[in-house]
Design a protein around this ligand. Structure first.
Ligand code: ADP
Length: 299
């Protein structure tokens, strides 16, 4: 049996991609796609040429998070052209191929693997510094295929995103063990939604009562402004999830993998993701953007 022609095609295509980073999570909803999107924005703002590949085939949220909903992929004689956010940030997702964003993608393993293979073989990224691959949660067929294909072309490693609670960390341990087993280097673990950080002026204040809550935001903010205005320049922090057992950092120490840092829960980051914006361009995400930036600098 000769070499797998698909694999040969992938290796050829990936020859123009300098670094490949896989973004993984044990569970869904922990902020993996948000991290992949903001990592790509950050690298692009550092003047790197970046490609973002979304292989979360059943739940592609990358088009929305990059502000590219409703866009189509074009084909040229060089292959499928990514959809560009900026001239140095191209995106590819199955989300661009679905006629209706509400359509469910109900595919079995082999078909998903086929598409992943095609994404790696046929997308014309051009010469790029980074390919960020947003994987589905867990460790399924898709993971085994993507790892197998990327390993053939050289992969820098995986970043694993988690939240601080034990229920999420248990699954991250599995993800770490998966990487160790298949030989993918772990660049590190990111603890996302690590406490809530929000400026007081973004809070809504309510007065609980027997007949329900009444809004007291205006009153509360005026009260603070008159008596302690410096409070309005501070950030209120709250441990939303239980991290009393040490969270991701302790787990990383136990498992001998790098800990990349914590990103707090920041309503402004959620808003930026919903609106498909970078969190780095203005000061709105002041609670989360610096943390994300420092993680990117460690890579
Ligand atoms: P996953 O890819 O792990 O399923 P998503 O990236 O889709 O998770 O994130 C789930 C939701 O949580 C999204 O609405 C996203 O905007 C929001 N989110 C993610 N990280 C944060 C954060 N640090 N602060 C606030 N909201 C966040």
């Amino acid at each position: 049996k000769g070499p797998d022609p698909d694999l040969v095609g992938i290796v050829e295509r990936m020859a123009t991609v300098k670094h490949k980073i896989l973004v993984l999570s044990g569970k869904g909803g922990v902020g993996k796609s948000t991290f992949s999107a903001q990592l790509s924005f950050a690298l692009a703002e550092m003047d790197c040429q970046v490609g973002l590949l979304d292989i979360d085939i059943c739940g592609p949220s990358i088009p929305k998070m990059l502000g590219l909903e409703g866009q189509d992929i074009h084909q040229s004689n060089l292959g499928w052209s990514p959809v560009y956010v900026e001239s140095n940030l191209g995106v590819m997702s199955i989300g661009f191929m679905l006629p209706n964003p509400d359509d469910a993608v109900i595919w079995r393993g082999p078909r998903k693997n086929g598409l992943i293979k095609q994404f790696l073989k046929d997308v014309d990224w051009g010469e790029i510094d980074y390919l960020v691959v947003d994987a589905p949660p867990g460790t399924s067929d898709e993971h085994i295929s993507i790892v197998q294909y990327l390993q053939a072309t050289g992969i820098d490693g995986a970043i694993i995103v988690t939240t601080p609670q034990q229920v999420s960390l248990i699954d991250v341990r599995k993800e770490i063990n998966f990487c160790k087993k298949v030989g993918v280097p772990i660049l590190g673990v990111v603890e996302n939604m690590s406490g809530l950080r929000q400026s007081l002026s973004d809070f809504r204040f309510v007065k609980p009562g027997d007949a329900g809550e009444t809004d007291a935001t205006e009153w509360a903010l005026n009260y603070i402004k008159e008596r302690a205005p410096e409070l309005l320049t501070m950030v209120a922090c709250s441990e939303v999830f239980d991290s009393s057992k040490g969270g991701a950092e302790k787990m990383c120490n136990e498992m001998g993998v790098p800990f990349l840092g914590k990103v707090p829960m920041d309503p402004q980051l959620c808003k930026a993701a919903e609106e498909g914006r970078s969190c780095f361009v203005d000061q709105k995400c002041s609670a989360s953007a610096p943390a994300l930036k420092s993680i990117v600098k460690k890579l």
